[in-house]
Design a protein around this ligand. Structure first.
Ligand code: PLP
Length: 403
């Protein structure tokens, strides 16, 4: 019996907790930058599972290591050693300059770990009360209580109050940082490019102000690179483009290219304050997840993926700038590498809808922003195709919705 979209939707609506607003399509197969729905229709995937499918779909090399590991040994827990945590951790250390990794299963957990490690840093030294956090307006840290505490959107926060003590700073006001960071601040947490917040890069001036206040006050800097890190912007970590030397970096998404894995990357000075038992996760860093992560990291560096992102990212930017000049509905194009956003004069929903109907998957964030996060190994010809499709979509939308 063949499964239909209607069956899937009807069964989900009965048994799956309704926390997501889904688009009316069900995917069953993928290949590279293509996805295929339950009816066999092909789509060009320019959101890649929200920046996760970094090697595209059904990557033969990744499939091989996952299958091999599944046949060999999946999980033993953190009671014991296995070879792959060190493989992935040493590659992350070489890329970030932060020598130690704590493995978890998602971006929110990576942030949660960073927040805990920041508090632990002060607690171990006997400093009382440095427990608060400073975050940035428009930031998104995830959905667990700690990560939610440093997430700005009131809509996500309000039903779950009280959360941790966090002060949000407007990145247009670098001078506000000095007042926000006090002797009660454990750390500043910031995304180098706010992803969910509308693909908004921090200005160099604001980034410098963060680095400066951290230097002056000893406040730790946590770079949330869950979306912007691991090659997405053409840098190993986008904090490198800002000249930051964070004490902690959170990563997730691209790391397992679809296998759930995240990590908190930790400087030696913070690592020195952490003891056995301070944090943990049953699944965190299991053989399957860290072998997949090590494979992705090998592709990123030895496999030339980082160089590829730089090349095709520059091409993507040129095309998007031309698109913005052609269509008055586009206010601005932002981002870096293969992390791009088009700010519109109108709600982005009809653009996402028309694009999907044409066979192109993109996503709406921050209401008026079309977000584009193709796989990191996307071919230049597919970028040309996607921008060509967007061109048509904007022509249709301009007729329907007055800008
Ligand atoms: C910058 C950033 N941090 C944290 C998260 C949370 O990651 P996850 O959804 O894997 O928990 C996200 C997810 O979109 C993110 O973009």
């Amino acid at each position: 019996m063949t499964v239909t979209f209607d069956d899937i939707q009807a069964r989900e609506s009965r048994h799956v907790l309704q926390t997501y607003k889904r688009q009316p399509v069900a995917f069953v197969r993928g290949s590279g930058s293509r996805l295929y729905d339950v009816d066999g229709r092909e789509y060009l995937d320019f959101i890649s599972g929200i920046g996760v499918a970094s090697l595209g779909h059904a990557h033969p090399g990744l499939a091989e290591v996952i299958a091999d590991q599944a046949r060999t040994l999946l999980h033993t827990s953190n009671l014991y050693y296995h070879p792959f945590q060190a493989d992935a951790a040493s590659r992350l250390a070489a890329l970030s300059g932060l020598p130690r990794a704590f493995f978890c299963n998602s971006g929110t957990e990576a942030n949660e770990a960073c927040l805990k490690f920041a508090r632990r840093y002060w607690h171990t030294q006997g400093v009382q009360g440095r427990t608060g956090f400073v975050a940035i307006e428009g930031s998104f840290g995830g959905r667990t209580m700690g990560a939610l505490s440093v997430t700005h959107d009131e809509h996500y926060r309000a039903p779950f109050m009280p959360l941790f003590d966090t002060i949000f700073v407007d990145p247009a006001k670098p001078e506000a940082l000095a007042g926000a960071v006090t002797d009660r601040t454990a750390a500043i947490i910031a995304e180098p490019i706010r992803g969910e917040g509308g693909v908004r890069p921090l200005s160099r001036e604001f980034a410098d102000a963060i680095a400066d206040v951290c230097r002056r006050t000893g406040t730790l800097l946590i770079a949330d690179e869950v979306q912007s890190g691991l090659g997405r912007t053409g840098y190993a970590f986008h904090s490198q483009a800002l000249g930051w030397q964070p004490d902690l970096i959170s990563v997730g998404k691209a790391l397992g290219s679809g296998v759930p894995v995240g990590a908190a990357l930790v400087s030696e000075r913070v690592a020195g304050m952490i003891s056995a038992g301070d944090h943990g996760s049953t699944y965190g860093g299991n053989l399957l997840a860290t072998r997949a992560a090590a494979f992705f990291l090998e592709q990123l560096t030895d496999g030339g993926l980082l160089e590829h992102v730089k090349t095709v990212g520059a091409h993507f930017e040129r095309l998007l700038r031309a698109l913005a000049l052609k269509h008055p509905v586009i206010v601005e194009t932002r981002g870096a590498g293969l992390m791009r956003g088009l700010e519109l004069r109108i709600d982005a929903a009809p653009v996402v809808e028309h694009a999907r109907q044409q066979g192109l998957l993109v996503n709406r964030t921050n209401e008026k922003v079309v977000r584009l996060l193709p796989p990191l190994n996307v071919e230049q010809a597919d970028i040309d195709r996607a921008v060509g499709m967007l061109d048509q979509v904007f022509a249709v939308v301009a007729q329907e919705v007055p800008a």
